[in-house]
Design a protein around this ligand. Structure first.
Ligand code: SF4
Length: 425
């Protein structure tokens, strides 16, 4: 089914609410990203498993292919029965469903399929939505978005769950604007009966200190009142012909970022001033004056300055904090550590055999990393995480990573207080 798009999509609320003029930017067409297509394929798999009563368990989808078209349309094909060439347009992306996709999509499917047990105090399910496009016309005619999964209960609770299949950008759930718009869309479906909305992000492939499933709880009256008023005003702002353009962190996913004159000015200023003000800039939108090739050419000219500036800021901040000085809003945290085997390959071989792994499975010219071996073991029949831990737990040595600079509200422990505690013991 092709994906429906609102003019003010829920998924881009952080961008258009902060930069109303971005809606009028005539952005260049971006290359389709393989990561976005892969996410679409994962959603199609989840939807198929949950919506088709005859589908059977998700494991039955192993080795089938998912094709993703240019408008987000998908089809799942058993290529042994229906060869790839049959009906495939040249611009479709193809993904073969492998163990990894099944493992990760299962986290979302299992969550949704057991939601009625873990929510609603055993209260009756009064409605379920799956891949449902929800309009928020009561707030503003251009608002809408597609809910991955939602369920409503007789006790006044409603839940929604959003599958994030990416592993590169970790998504927080607290005050997540996209989620709040979905939550409002749900609260508006049943204004009299829904009392609170519990919003979940399920992101099985990316590490987060709170785990792969994270939640935020919203009072439905707050969503239908204060939040709806705020959202309506931001949507009305986008209708102004001279809507303002503001640069900031929300530019990250903006299609116009590479040609936007305000973004350009912000980066240029930052590069020129090195440590000058870099948070916002504003000018009226001048859509007609944007010359894409010239804007891209200008942007390319300052790339070395900008890259050097970023490197400089990171290095200086690290030195600054490591020296014991403070930077408002930032602290030092431990970087990612590494794990290595603490026994020889000869000693390890008979142990791995217990996990039904042959020498050829585990050895390259040098031994594979602990994470790679754990993944191989996990694919063996009868191997649970507990068994894997029993088998390998004492054989892996973890070395903490070096310090890195992160925002002060990052959930990571403060590296300096950790180090001080180590000294004290
Ligand atoms: S790049 Fe940033 S400032 Fe420019 S239109 Fe997009 S969101 Fe607005």
């Amino acid at each position: 089914m092709p994906t429906l798009h609102a003019k003010l999509p829920a998924s881009a609320t952080d961008r258009w609410s902060a930069c109303p003029g971005s809606v009028h930017m005539d952005a260049p067409v971006r290359e389709r990203s393989v990561y976005a297509d892969e996410g679409t394929a994962a959603h199609a798999l989840a939807e198929s498993v949950m919506s088709d009563d005859d589908a059977g368990p998700i494991a039955g989808y192993l080795s089938l292919a998912i094709f993703v078209g240019p408008k987000g349309e998908t089809r799942i094909v058993n290529e042994a029965v229906q060869p790839h060439s049959a009906g495939q347009a040249g611009d479709e992306a193809k993904f073969v469903i492998d163990h990894e996709m099944i493992e990760h999509v299962s986290v979302f499917v299992d969550f949704c399929e057991t939601a009625s047990i873990t929510h609603g105090d055993g209260s009756k399910v009064t409605g379920t939505l799956l891949e449902k496009y929800v309009k928020l016309a009561g707030v503003h005619k251009s608002l809408g978005g597609t809910l991955d999964f939602a369920e409503m209960y007789a006790n006044g609770d409603a839940i929604l769950a959003d599958l994030k299949y990416g592993r590169g950008v970790v998504v927080d759930v607290e005050d997540n604007l996209q989620q709040k718009v979905y939550a409002l869309g749900l609260a508006l479906q049943r204004p009299k009966s829904i009392k609170r909305v519990i919003s979940y992000i399920v992101q099985p492939r990316a590490y987060h200190v709170d785990g792969p499933i994270r939640r935020a709880v919203y009072d439905a009256d707050y969503l239908r009142g204060e939040f709806a008023d705020w959202l309506r005003q931001r949507a009305l702002d986008t209708e102004q012909p001279d809507a303002l353009v503001f640069a900031g962190s929300h530019c990250r996913w903006c299609d116009a970022a590479s040609i936007c004159p305000v973004k350009f000015e912000q980066v240029q200023k930052a590069a020129a001033e090195e440590f000058g003000a870099v948070t916002t800039a504003m000018v009226p939108t001048e859509k007609a004056e944007v010359d894409f090739p010239a804007a891209l050419s200008q942007a390319y000219e300052i790339l070395p300055q900008v890259e050097a500036w970023c490197k400089n800021v990171r290095a200086t901040a690290l030195t600054f904090l490591s020296d014991g000085r403070d930077i408002p809003g930032y602290k030092l945290a431990a970087g990612r550590g590494t794990r290595t085997w603490n026994i020889t390959p000869e000693e390890l071989t008979p142990i791995l055999r217990q996990g039904k792994l042959l020498k050829a499975d585990c050895f390259t010219e040098k031994i594979k990393t602990p994470a790679q071996i754990e993944k191989l073991l996990a694919q063996q029949k009868g191997m649970s995480p507990k068994l894997i831990k029993m088998l390998l737990g004492d054989l892996i040595e973890s070395t903490p990573g070096g310090p890195k600079v992160v925002p002060a509200d990052d959930p990571a422990e403060d590296f300096r207080s950790d180090a001080a505690a180590d000294f004290a013991t």
